[in-house]
Design a binder for this molecule. Structure first.
Ligand code: AMP
Length: 189
């Protein structure tokens, strides 16, 4: 089963992906985590993307498509995969369709996690405090920019999944366990 988690920054994608990994043996492919690992490793790629990520803009499509294609190959034996943070643009969504088709795979659910922007600001401020400011993009100004980028570039891909009949919506502002129950209901429906 392949699931996409799509939603604005701070909506709880990572938390829900982690729960699915722990409870249902899913493999989480988080492009944000992969990019942060590249930055931490001070790789060439990390150096290339660090400034982009710090402003909340998106990393170029081709780079992300290559990264996910590589990960799908690494995980070719895994049957349950969550894509957390990919695709984020129409070009990525189209590239994903063809890379899945060429591997005999398809998207089972594209789960949109909705959340109100003021709630996101509160959550990101809490995450910045809890992690000692570990992420350069966890502050209100960058967060508001990331939400704008989400609305302009990522939300427009949702109709693509509605047309395929795989688009599902959950309210990301509910408590973590309630959101997890809703997602579980979708996966077992
Ligand atoms: P995230 O951890 O998913 O919130 O991602 C953090 C940052 O990584 C984003 O604000 C983007 O700069 C970059 N990023 C992660 N995934 C993608 C993607 N699929 N396309 C472009 N940029 C991405």
């Amino acid at each position: 089963m392949i699931i996409l988690l799509i939603g604005p920054p701070g909506c709880g994608k990572g938390t829900q992906a982690e729960l699915l990994c722990n409870e249902k043996q899913f493999v989480q492919l988080s492009t944000g985590d992969m990019l942060r690992a590249e930055i931490a490793a001070e790789s060439e790629l990390g150096k290339e993307v660090e400034a982009i990520m710090a402003t909340g803009k998106l990393v170029p499509d081709q780079l992300m498509v290559d990264m996910i294609a590589g990960q799908l190959d690494v995980h070719h034996n895994d049957t349950n995969i969550i894509l957390d943070g990919f695709p984020r643009t129409k070009a990525q969504a189209i590239a994903l369709d063809s890379m899945l088709a060429s591997r005999g795979l398809k998207i089972d659910y594209a789960i949109e996690m909705r959340a109100d922007v003021e709630e996101l600001v509160k959550r990101i401020e809490k995450r910045a405090k809890d992690t000692g400011g570990a992420r350069a993009d966890d502050n209100e100004t960058v967060l508001r920019n990331r939400v704008k980028v989400y609305e302009e570039q990522t939300a427009p891909i949702l109709p693509h999944y509605s047309h395929k009949g795989v688009h599902k919506i959950v309210d990301g502002c509910q408590p973590v366990t309630d959101v997890a129950t809703k997602i579980n209901d979708i996966l077992t429906s």
